[in-house]
Design a protein around this ligand. Structure first.
Ligand code: SF4
Length: 84
């Protein structure tokens, strides 16, 4: 769910990758897990491309977050080690 009704606010990672023509929808995988930042327990879906998290969303049918995440859950994924 985009909160911005015009779609003007987007992920910097997605914006930068689209500008560089490296955003590859079919190559991305999605894994849903639980945000570990606080005890609320929002579900987060990690969008991964080339072994790096490129975007975080939340399932719309999640009873806790209803598709919305706070700024930490949505944009605080840079602390995750992406190397496998
Ligand atoms: S998204 Fe925000 S409110 Fe939800 S668990 Fe993470 S830190 Fe807590």
């Amino acid at each position: 769910m985009l909160v911005c009704p015009t779609g003007a606010l987007s992920f910097k990672t997605e914006f930068d990758m689209r500008a560089a023509w490296t955003w590859d929808e079919p190559a991305r995988t999605e894994t849903t897990t639980v945000c570990a930042y606080c005890g609320v327990g929002c579900s987060v879906t990690l969008h991964v491309q080339d072994n790096e998290i490129v975007k975080v969303t939340s399932p719309h049918d999640n009873p806790v977050a209803h598709g919305n995440l706070c700024i930490k859950g949505r944009f605080g994924f840079q602390h995750v080690q992406n190397r496998v």
